[in-house]
Design a protein around this ligand. Structure first.
Ligand code: NAD
Ligand code: UD1
Length: 350
């Protein structure tokens, strides 16, 4: 494993920067490409500070084919972890072309360049959002798909493209077939225990944990709890929150798995990365208050359009085939979120 070079697209972002730490600590060489549309290069400086190791950073857009080809010409890349993409559901409804161009076309360019360079091991950031309304808890990978917004559909389209790519190699009996892991993330939260890297959303956060932590630090006045009339024990929505460090460790396991027996004949397989444990919005608020000693000012508000009552994973396949399971619980997730937020009230801004 040591000395293998991994290309990390979107490596300056929230999950990508945590992945870079784990990759460097596991002995990989890391090349990051990122256009910094939703991140800052400071995150990578912090990755180097945490690990005491250096990585290569190329400031480029993955849709710039010539620039990406040059990266493959310059470095001995053996696998790609593909985080680069846009991820805001509401924005995707307002700017669908931008989302499809970035997430779908960007992946087409990446896979074309990989294929030409004969680098055919890929780990893709998919999402639980690809599951359809017919899927039921806990979600397994074989449940029906059916995303309900442009962001989710961009993930589902990329999954289809990658399955087709792998199937073509099977039909053509390729001697170096594509090996692809589609990792379907549930709700990543938390931060590295150093407090040096974490989630740094632009503007007012859409997601629960960044919102709660900005209320706790006094940047936002009040949390709106979106609905308390769901068919759940306390009436608020239930999600499968997963510590970002556990999540990225799943990617390291996937690199090993792609190179091993499970993918010996090539293939494209989906894996849920979740804990299997659901928590409600009020569970999160209570945990945050308990762990941080801060009071979270909140009110009950109407349901948010497009929200499900409950969503949590069955992560058994990831345990069986990737040899991966989570190590951190809710208190770690909340404490690390707060450590990052309180050390960096303005994120990566000085
Ligand atoms: P992020 O926005 O923090 O990171 C994405 C990174 O990709 C950013 O650094 C951004 O600048 C970069 N990027 C975007 N478009 C690019 C392009 N065309 N060329 C080069 N770089 C580009 O988001 P994140 O939370 O770290 O998410 C990483 C991936 O995981 C995304 O694909 C996202 O859709 C997926 N995902 C995230 C979550 C979540 O809750 N955070 C859940 C499921 C899936
Ligand atoms: C959202 C996205 C999903 C994406 C995921 C991770 C929607 C409809 N879904 O999922 O596609 O993959 O983020 O980026 O946007 N909540 C509040 N108040 C808030 C914020 C959230 O009560 O201010 C509640 C929500 O109603 C939900 C829970 O907290 O029950 C989690 O919300 P969020 O963090 O936005 O994640 P998801 O809705 O699961």
């Amino acid at each position: 494993m040591a000395n293998k070079t991994i290309l990390v697209t979107g490596g300056a972002g929230y999950i990508g920067s945590h992945a870079c730490v784990e990759l460097l600590e596991a002995g990989f060489q890391v090349v990051v490409v990122d256009n910094l549309v939703n991140s800052k290069a400071e995150s990578l400086a912090r990755v180097e500070k945490i690990t005491g190791k250096s990585l290569v950073f190329k400031h480029l857009d993955i849709r710039d084919k010539a620039a990406l080809q040059q990266v493959f010409a310059d470095y001995p890349i053996s696998a790609v972890i593909h985080f680069a993409g846009l991820k805001a559901v509401g924005e995707s409804c307002q700017q669908p072309l931008n989302y499809y161009h970035n997430n779908v076309y960007g992946t087409l360019v990446l896979t074309e360049v990989m294929q030409a360079a004969n680098v055919k091991q890929l780990i893709f950031s998919s999402s639980a959002t690809v599951y359809g309304a017919d899927a039921c808890n806990p979600y397994t990978e074989d449940m029906p798909l059916g995303a309900i917004n442009p962001y989710g559909r961009s993930k589902a389209m990329v999954e289809d493209i990658l399955r087709d790519l792998s199937e073509a190699d099977r039909l053509n009996q390729s001697t170096n077939p594509w090996k692809i892991a589609l990792l379907r993330y549930f709700n990543p939260i938390g931060a590295h225990s150093s407090g040096l890297i974490g989630e740094d959303p632009n503007g007012i956060p859409n997601n629960l944990l960044p919102y709660v932590s900005q209320v706790a630090i006094g940047k936002l006045a009040q949390l709106s709890v979106f609905g308390d009339d769901y068919p759940t024990p306390d009436g608020t929505g239930i999600r499968d929150y997963i510590h970002v460090v556990d999540l990225v460790k799943g990617h390291i396991k996937a690199i090993d798995t792609l190179a091993g027996e499970v993918f010996a004949q090539g293939g494209c397989k989906a894996y849920n990365l979740g804990t299997g444990q659901g928590y409600s919005v009020l569970d999160i608020v209570n945990a945050f208050e308990r762990v941080t000693g801060r009071t979270i000012n909140y009110k009950i508000a109407p349901r948010r359009a497009g929200d499900l009552a409950e969503c949590f994973a069955n992560p058994a396949l990831a345990l069986e085939e990737l040899g991966w399971q989570v190590e951190k619980g809710l208190d770690d997730m909340v404490a690390d979120t707060w450590h990052w937020q309180s050390n960096n009230p303005n994120g990566y801004e000085a």
